[in-house]
Design a protein around this ligand. Structure first.
Ligand SMILES: Nc1ncnc2c1ncn2[C@@H]1O[C@H](COP(=O)(O)OP(=O)(O)OP(=O)(O)O)[C@@H](O)[C@H]1O
Ligand SMILES: [Mg+2]
Length: 1011
């Protein structure tokens, strides 16, 4: 908001009618300057666009810019040449009325650039087809060609248009550009033969010399050096750094082709251009009689070839003048001065007429030929050279300034008329403001019989010695009293000092200009001697034959004078006309005054309310724009619009003198009133925007929430449905299962049938699953689930398989040591299980290879190479008296060795071992039976071992005596020496006791626990 409200101070107003002090030159310039500083080169004065030349590329002419201005209301966007272009295009389309855009301004102000921008805008934004594209191309390409032939470097502008151009762009009913027409006027022909210092001739001469191909130049007899041509060096600056003649030549050549020039036509055109250069280089000498003669033959040779005329005829025509006296034709020789003038006249005529031919040729290629389409409309573009004031102003400046004066008149008429119409239509009494109407100056110049041009024409036609001076005198006589006319003779002393004797001063609307009358008569006559015209009519150059018509020779009618030319071109401008005054950034007084006039013209006094209207707004637009500022009109005014405006205006607090109501418009007097309303609107917009934003945010959030909620409910419903369906399904499945189960249970004892198959399968399945879960995990675990009757057999198989598997797995995992252990345990089991009472206690104890802490080395020595397999401490009972003696029992591969402290006491080879006896009780006594025949032995050996199961198992294994182990109940009889027998009685008791009984037997009381 801040920026919008303060921007006005920084960048000024975009429409001068909004300036508080609109008549003040200072305020006007200040506004322009502010905007220019911000690179805002365009400003409106109502529908008039003021443009200031930035002399730099502002990048405001891109396609994006064109799009931005396309179809947008004039006031909605910042001022731009595109807005103006679009406005007239839309007016043309909607109102079906021809439009005209008039561009004026001093030289170098940017008129031609502006016209090019307008043309480009139409080329890009208007609808197109293939055929239209060609027209667009030709319209665009006509510019470089016309600029090459009609523009030149001047002191003010390196590309100054030296002719006026009015271009019609024709649009068909669809709005596509389909054709065009160009009217050129007042080409500054004098430039062909003379240029002021620092200026150049028309671009085409330099372009041809710099860019023309070698071949072409040779054919034209030209050298690649502009310094060699008299017509090109008058201004002493044939080369300019800002102009690239070579590349411009290429562009022109291309453009000529696009427009439709044939190679021959281009060749002939260049013949003419080069012939002008040759004419300029022609040298004259004088004979004794003072008559001129041509001293350079080469030029004549080239000229005769290039112009397609006979050399001798041309030479004669250039040095003589044909006089018709008493019906007889006489050739009067010219002096050098006259001959030079004739030559220059010919150059100007040839160039000027060729230029006109060129324009006509372009028109031919742009012509819209579709007769069936009568509904075409046109937009005219008038790019006129601006008001010119030099130190020395001649006939050309007079014509140019007159032309500008006429345009100003036209503008005044148009503006006044449209404003008048508007006030009348709105029912507002009006009275024009005091502004300067330049009609009086136009009349001074153009009035029949009394005007300057009429006097000039008359002076040209009058017999006798008419000269520029006599013309000046005639002027003094006829218009001397006119308030806008002054001569040296008529002026007061102060003015006289500023004027030459050969000058007259016109007080133009844009400033005072002194015109030097020298050459006025000649230039008005546009004098070309008849015999030179005749020669040109004989030319074989096709372009020249069109330029110099033979009928002209017989036609006695006077050629058009300046007035005719100007009037014929200014008058037909279509209405309405949009004006684009252009200015240079220095804002010269001359020009600003002129623009200011436009500004003033747009303000009028209303007699009743003494009101200077700054803005008039359509009531509907006002109500629409400001309705938010009044609660009664917001958000919409339902009643009649004028009442709406009254309500609005009352609420805004407008004082009666600040505005005036029309029928459909309201006229507001002071810009500040409008600005205050605008500022209020800006503030209001902010709060409205906040409100709207809040509303919108609320609405979007609410919508979003509702959408989310609806989605959640829907998802919930779906999910619930899914769950319920699943539950129902499960229940149904369960009841089916139960039903099947019960039915199966009822039929369980019958053969497999549909009624029980499910149950049977289930029972099997349940058994198998139970088995899967509870199968025994090791071989010792003997548990096994009870199988259903149908699976008893299978269960048994499975059990076996399971056991085998466990055994197999166990065996696979078993180490050799453990295997050995197990083998021994198995032997022990086979020998003692359920046979000897202390066997169960031996089961969990592992068998070892020795029970001795250490073995006496001597005993080992006594064993020799035999490997000891087992060693255990034992108690030996004597055969006599059964005294107990500690011994060690060693087992080797071959025998049982009984050792006492390293001393071998007895060796029993396994082969000699008859048997082993042991009681069934839990004692450790055992008898090794040896044959009684063996003298070495003194009978069977009675031993007692604390590890009797282990010891006997080892003996049985080492001696392979498993079958010879006897387990006795009650007593054991054993052999003593010499055929005697001993008996060992075993009785159970509470304490282990081994002693000789009274009966001479060895009594062994064994406990339940010892083993
Ligand atoms: N809108 C613009 N943006 C940038 N440069 C510009 C613009 N308008 C004009 N110029 C520059 O100013 C130079 C003169 O402009 P232009 O030829 O249009 O002037 P003119 O008013 O037609 O003058 P004359 O009356 O001499 O023909 C251009 O060559 C260009 O360099
Ligand atoms: Mg121009």
């Amino acid at each position: 908001m801040e920026s919008a409200l303060t921007a006005r101070d920084r960048v000024g107003v975009q429409d001068f009618v909004l300036l508080e002090n609109y008549t003040s030159e200072a305020a006007f310039i200040e506004n322009l300057r502010k905007r220019f500083k911000e690179n805002l080169i365009y400003t409106y004065i109502s529908s008039v666009l003021v443009s200031v030349n930035p002399y730099k590329d502002l990048e405001i002419y891109t396609k994006n810019h064109m799009e931005r201005y396309r179809g947008v209301n004039f006031y909605e966007v910042s001022p731009h040449i595109y807005a103006t272009s679009d406005n007239s295009y839309r007016s043309m389309r909607t109102e079906r009325r021809d439009q005209c855009i008039l561009i004026s301004g001093e030289s170098g102000a940017g008129k031609t650039e502006a016209s090019k921008k307008i043309l480009q805008y139409y080329a890009v934004t208007c609808p197109a087809s293939d055929q239209v594209q060609t027209v667009k191309d030709r319209l665009l390409q006509s510019n470089p060609v016309l600029e090459a032939f009609g523009n030149a470097k001047t002191l003010r502008n390196d590309n100054s248009s030296r002719f006026g151009k009015y271009m019609d762009i024709q649009f068909d009913f669809k709005g596509a550009p389909v054709g065009g027409h160009i009217i050129n006027y007042l080409l500054e022909k004098s430039r062909v033969v003379h240029q002021n210092h620092g200026e150049r001739n028309f671009h085409i001469f330099y372009q041809l010399i710099e860019g023309g191909e070698e071949d072409l130049l040779r054919r034209l007899g030209l050298e690649r050096n502009p310094q060699h041509y008299q017509y090109l060096v008058k201004g002493n600056c044939p080369k300019v750094s800002s102009i690239n003649d070579r590349s411009d030549w290429k562009q022109v050549r291309k453009a000529l082709t696009v427009i439709g020039f044939s190679e021959d036509e281009v060749e002939e055109l260049m013949n003419i251009i080069s012939s002008v250069l040759h004419l300029g280089n022609m040298q004259y000498g004088g004979d004794d009689g003072g008559s001129a003669c041509i001293t350079s033959d080469t030029q004549i040779k080239y000229l005769s070839r290039l112009l397609g005329v006979s050399g001798t005829v041309l030479t004669e025509a250039l040095t003589h003048r044909k006089i018709i006296a008493k019906g007889e034709e006489l050739m009067s020789p010219l002096n050098i001065e006259q001959a030079s003038a004739a030559r220059d006249a010919l150059s100007k005529a040839v160039y000027g007429r060729t230029f006109t031919w060129l324009v006509n040729k372009i028109n031919g290629s742009l012509a819209y030929t579709d007769e069936s389409n009568k509904n075409s409309s046109v937009i005219g573009l008038l790019d006129i050279y601006g008001f010119e004031v030099f130190q020395y102003n001649s006939f050309e400046q007079f014509c140019i300034n007159y032309c500008n004066e006429k345009l100003q008149q036209l503008f005044i008429e148009l503006t006044l008329k449209s404003e008048q119409e508007e006030y009348e239509a709105e029912g507002i009494t009006w009275e024009p403001v005091q502004y300067f109407n330049n009609k009086i100056i136009c009349d001074l110049v153009e009035e029949k019989f009394k005007g300057i041009i009429s006097i000039l024409d008359e002076e040209c036609l009058r017999p006798g010695d008419a000269s520029d001076i006599t013309f000046l005198e005639k002027l003094e006589d006829t218009v001397g009293s006119h308030p806008h006319f002054v001569t040296h003779k008529l002026a007061d002393t102060k003015t006289r000092k500023l004027m030459g004797r050969e000058e007259f001063r016109l007080l133009h609307y844009a400033g005072d200009v002194n015109y030097n009358v020298n050459g006025f008569l000649d230039k008005n006559n546009d004098l070309l001697y008849r015999n030179l015209k005749e020669v040109m009519c004989m030319s074989e150059n096709k372009i020249l034959t069109q330029c110099f018509d033979r009928e002209e020779l017989t036609d006695k009618k006077r050629p058009d004078t300046v007035r005719c030319v100007v009037l014929s071109h200014v008058s037909p401008l279509p209405n309405p006309t949009i004006v684009v005054p252009c200015a240079k950034a220095e804002f010269t007084k001359l020009h600003v005054t002129k623009i200011l006039d436009y500004s003033e013209l747009l303000h009028f006094n209303c007699s009743q309310v003494k009101l200077c209207v700054c803005v008039c707004v359509f009531v509907c637009a006002l109500v629409f724009r400001y309705k938010s500022l009044c609660p009664d009109t917001w958000p919409n005014w339902q009643g009649k619009l004028p009442e709406g405006v009254s309500t609005l205006v009352k609420h805004l607090g407008y004082k009666p003198e600040e505005y005036k109501m029309g029928r459909s418009k309201i006229f507001i007097r002071f810009p500040k009133t409008l600005f205050a309303t605008e500022d209020a609107l800006e503030t209001r917009k902010q709060s409205l925007a906040t409100k709207l934003q809040a509303g919108w945010k609320g609405y979007t959030q609410k919508t979003k929430y509702q959408k989310l909620r609806r989605s959640a409910i829907r998802i919930e419903a779906w999910w619930r449905g899914i769950l319920a369906r699943r539950r129902a399904q499960r229940r149904r499945k369960a009841s089916d299962t139960i039903r099947r189960f019960i039915r199966g249970f009822i039929y369980r004892h019958q053969e497999r049938c549909p009624q029980n198959e499910y149950f049977l399968d289930y029972v099997r399945y349940a058994f198998l699953m139970n088995l899967h879960r509870n199968a025994p995990k090791n071989v010792l675990d003997k548990s096994w689930p009870t199988p259903p009757p149908a699976l008893t057999e299978a269960s048994e198989h499975l059990r076996k398989m399971c056991m085998q598997n466990m055994v197999w797995t166990y065996c696979k995992k078993i180490s050799p040591e453990w295997k050995h252990q197990m083998e021994q345990k198995t032997v022990a089991s086979e020998l003692f299980k359920d046979k000897k009472d202390n066997y169960p206690q031996s089961v969990p104890k592992l068998f070892v290879s020795t029970r001795l802490k250490e073995i006496n080395p001597k005993a080992l020595q006594a064993l020799g190479t035999e490997k000891m397999k087992y060693a255990v401490p034992v108690t030996k009972y004597d055969r006599n008296g059964y005294r107990a003696r500690p011994r060690q029992l060693l087992l080797t591969g071959d025998s049982i060795v009984i050792v006492e402290e390293g001393k071998m006491k007895q060796r029993i080879e396994y082969g000699a071992l008859k048997g082993i006896s042991v009681s069934s009780l839990s004692d450790g006594v055992f008898v090794l039976h040896v044959p009684s025949t063996d003298n070495k032995q003194k009978g069977d050996v009675v031993l007692q071992s604390d590890h009797v199961i282990e010891t006997l198992t080892k003996v049985a294994i080492c001696g392979e005596k498993a079958d010879n182990v006897n387990i006795n109940q009650g007593s054991i009889t054993f052999a003593l020496s010499q055929g005697k027998e001993g008996v060992i009685d075993f009785t159970p008791g509470s304490e282990l006791l081994v002693a000789k009984a009274k009966n001479g037997h060895l009594a062994v009381v064994s406990t339940q626990t010892s083993g």
